[in-house]
Ligand binder design. Structure first.
Ligand SMILES: Nc1ncnc2c1ncn2[C@@H]1O[C@H](COP(=O)(O)OP(=O)(O)O)[C@@H](O)[C@H]1O
Ligand SMILES: [Mg+2]
Length: 325
């Protein structure tokens, strides 16, 4: 028996198997026993008691793009069930409802004093066009339940949006809720993603926006490089180190938002305009890391998450022992 086998089992709720290996190896390296729970189809008996242990929610807002149309809805019920039984869920229902709504993200970012691009939720063609007319400059559309940059389009005017909404290429997303958002043009083509876990800064990275809006950092998402001249192994990857660090006031605001809004783990993205103003627009709970970059900066993101979880378990245990004695 290994010295760490006293750690509780971690049950991983997932729908995308491609994102599992880095998380599973990191948790195993910290000594956690693992159980995988696929969430797409399933049976949920409200009178059943969930297994003991810690649960991690890894259901992504983009699950419908992998044919898992029912994962988000099923996850909601499972999270309710687990929490009603008092189970510890990493990125539980509060974090999940935030992750699947860019509208709520914008609301809470503003509430925590974090600058965001002008953002509106619209449902309905006429409503979208009416609201688009109120933007001064270029704007983009996104799915309110977003993910992977899919469905993101840039427009200069209402006519452009009208043509798009009436075209066959228009994808209304999983629930027909669209976000219209002010487009912030980065003078250098990158955005910054800050990873936080268990109230601590993990890393910050830059993602090049030269190839478009699909910027998932997971290695599993880097299958076909669109530019064959750019080899990730040469450091020519679209991901690079960022000077943003734990002392940055924006990072402190992110950590405070996560702590007060029940978010254990998140990759949070901002874009910087020509004047150096930083606009935050995306909170990803189901975050992934790029291994090439991780090696370069010497931070294994998933390992940091696993370490954070282990520290939490040991801290809780010490607290309970103190109360009992
Ligand atoms: N308001 C914005 N201004 C400029 N670029 C943006 C804006 N919002 C999103 N983008 C670009 O589109 C990408 C995907 O948008 P995001 O909101 O992160 O959606 P997703 O949840 O699909 O990742 C971003 O990483 C960024 O490059
Ligand atoms: Mg994003």
């Amino acid at each position: 028996m290994s010295h760490t086998s006293f750690l509780p089992t971690v049950h991983i709720l997932y729908e995308n198997p491609a994102w599992l290996p880095p998380l599973v190896s990191a948790l195993e390296a910290e000594g956690f026993p693992i159980r995988l729970v696929e969430l797409d189809q399933g049976i949920l008996d409200p009178s059943a008691t969930p297994e003991e242990g810690i649960w991690i929610n890894r259901i992504s807002p983009s699950s419908h793009t992998r044919g898992h149309n029912d994962s988000v809805g099923l996850a909601r019920e499972v999270l309710f069930w687990l929490e009603s039984h008092g189970r510890r869920v990493i990125n539980g229902s509060q974090a999940f409802e935030l992750e699947v709504s860019k509208f709520r993200q914008d609301r809470l970012l503003q509430k925590h004093g974090i600058r965001t691009p002008k953002t509106v939720l619209v449902v309905g063609r006429d409503q979208a066009l009416e609201e688009a007319g109120r933007f001064d400059g270029p704007f983009i559309t996104k799915h309110n339940q977003g993910g992977k940059g899919l469905g993101i389009q840039l427009f200069r005017d209402v006519e452009g949006l009208a043509n798009y909404l009436d075209s066959d290429s228009f994808d209304p997303g999983p629930n027909r809720q669209l976000i219209l958002q002010e487009y912030i043009r980065p003078p250098q083509s990158f955005i910054t993603r800050v990873e936080v876990a268990f109230g601590k800064f993990v890393l910050a990275m830059r993602s090049s926006t030269e190839e478009g809006f699909e910027l998932c950092p997971s290695d599993a998402c880097q299958v076909q490089p669109k530019r064959p001249d750019v080899c990730p192994a040469d450091g020519g990857s679209k991901f690079s180190a960022s000077p943003v660090d734990a002392d940055d006031p924006l990072v402190a605001s992110y950590i405070s938002l996560c702590k007060s809004e029940g978010v254990d783990v998140a990759g949070i993205e901002f874009v910087e305009d020509a004047e150096g103003n930083r606009y935050t627009y995306d909170i990803n709970g189901t975050t992934n890391f790029n291994q090439v970059l991780g090696r370069e900066i010497g931070v294994d993101g998933m390992r940091e998450i696993a370490r954070g979880l282990r520290s939490e378990v040991l801290r809780e245990r010490r607290l309970r022992a103190r109360v009992a004695s």
